[in-house]
Design a protein around this ligand. Sequence first.
Ligand code: HAS
Length: 560
Amino acid sequence: MQVTKSFKKIVFLELAIPLALLVIGIYHGLMQTIYRAGVLQQTSFAKLDYYQGLTLHGVINALVLTTFFAVAFGHVTMTFYLKREPNKKLMWTSFILMVTGVVLAAWAMLAGKASVLYTFYPPLKAHPCFYLGAALLIVGSWIPLFDWARMYNSWKKENPRTKTPLAVLGTLINFIIWFVCTLAVAYEVLVLLVPWSLGWTDTVNVNLARTLFWFFGHALVYFWLLPAYIMFYTILPKIAGGKLYSDLAGRVALFLFLIFSIPVGVHHQYSDPTITQGVKFLHGMLTYGVAIPSFITAFTIAASLEYAGRQNGAKGLFGWMGKLPWFDQNRFLFSYFICGLILFVFGGVTGIVNSSYSLNSVVHNTAWLPGHFHMTVAGPVFLGIAGMSIYIFAGMSGRKIKMPKIVTIVPYLWMFGMLIFSFGMSWGGLRGEPRRTNLGTTYLNPDHELFRSDWVPTTLIALLGGIIMFIAGMLFIIAFFSTVFSKKQTEGVLEIPVSEAYHDEKRVAIFDRFKPWLIAMVAVLLVAYIPALLNVNENSGPKAPRFNIDNPVPEVSVKK
Ligand code: HAS
């Protein structure tokens, strides 16, 4: 499909700017493993402090790259499937707001005035520019949703009986989740943190800030994940040589994400004393609910891949695995998707461990956690972003992908490094190794009284994985920018592989309408969050009850 020059320009910028920043992001990832293994036994390196580096790592990789990509990929899917382009003025406004936000936050972080990590929990305090930057990034990313809704409505009027394409459904659902969950963090930033950071208020309610953050924070992870799921459902079966096993399964999974992505945030706060056990139990149960769409996806995608393998001539029970295009340079996207999926098996299982109230008390705030989330956000999410960015760029700009062999092999190298890294982190976590800690200054310094020799092997394994991932990441960035700066070969077009459905179930009205699902979403949200916010209101601040030292709940609610 032909698209206008300005559409191409905005999408290219949205893909390339965060990928350029990724050099800083992955450099600080490598530095983390170096500090933690005790190779460096100091608080800063190259004039950047440990926590400054960790903040840059988290913000660039987890917030900037993912948000820019989600917007760019949303523009691409909506345009491709609905055959109409978004409003250019709104596209530019959204882009300029996001870039301004990134510049403000980057200045604060690089100046050492915002070493508050990507969760910016108070009482860690950042320069107002950091919070303002985050707010602008979010507001900028809201704008496309309203324009896409307009495009969708006009398409729907012209095609009242056609099923909404799965990719369009996924994009709209993802940005509705994003819009709703970011309302809480916008309140946290603008009402609690900015006035406090400017000195207009003396204190801040830490518990309320954390609760508002996690209203946003867990839905955030599905905002990262859904673009990758859209790729798995709508692109992967086609490039594997098969069909999507069930289109309806994809729709059910996406609508379940709409209901369950947000009302689970308290599972990050199992150790927060202000929230009572009942609310924690409810959020724990809902967390098992949010795993269901991923189980549906695992089954549907595995069945689609098996079908593809058999179509490619496979025999026997597992022969289909050998007949998938693992190293086919012409279908290089396959390697990004399959490596992401394999990593996500481990990322998912560790997530389910985290969601158990009792097991969580063993792993919370240990290295197990980065072990878990790197196999999710740096697994299917990052690999989906990387593969799709180079694919879209090359296709739309009419350029040939440079270093095609490297581009195909990078995901395997990345996956290999990630499995080693996450094994080291998870094992260390089970032995009590803390996360977000510069271990080299104490526990991994043999001259220090706190030295822990049992953390030497675990941190060295993580270091080895970190080095391999750094090499893989840099190879990808070199290949991407070599492609960007290469000579144009043809007039580029916007083309995405489209998977046909094996079971193309007939249109079921309820799976093609947003209203009932939006009502269910709001109802579950209210049930989950009204009690949580009442708890916070009752159990924090100057009138807060005493807390039991052995159990993270207020004494008053134990007496009740
Ligand atoms: Fe999580 C903490 C629970 C998914 C990211 N998570 C985090 C943090 C991050 C994060 C960043 O309950 C740290 C936040 C911080 O800084 O404090 N998480 C879960 C659960 C899931 C889950 C139950 N997390 C994710 C995803 C993330 C992500 C996705 C990013 C994208 N997580 C938690 C909890 C905590 C937590 C607690 C707080 C812990 C604490 O104490 O602080 C579920 O959604 C997971 C469901 C996934 C599955 C896997 C399905 C498998 C698939 C692959 C199939 C493979 C195929 C290939 C088909 C059930 C789809 C086969 C073919 C071959 C050829 C082999």
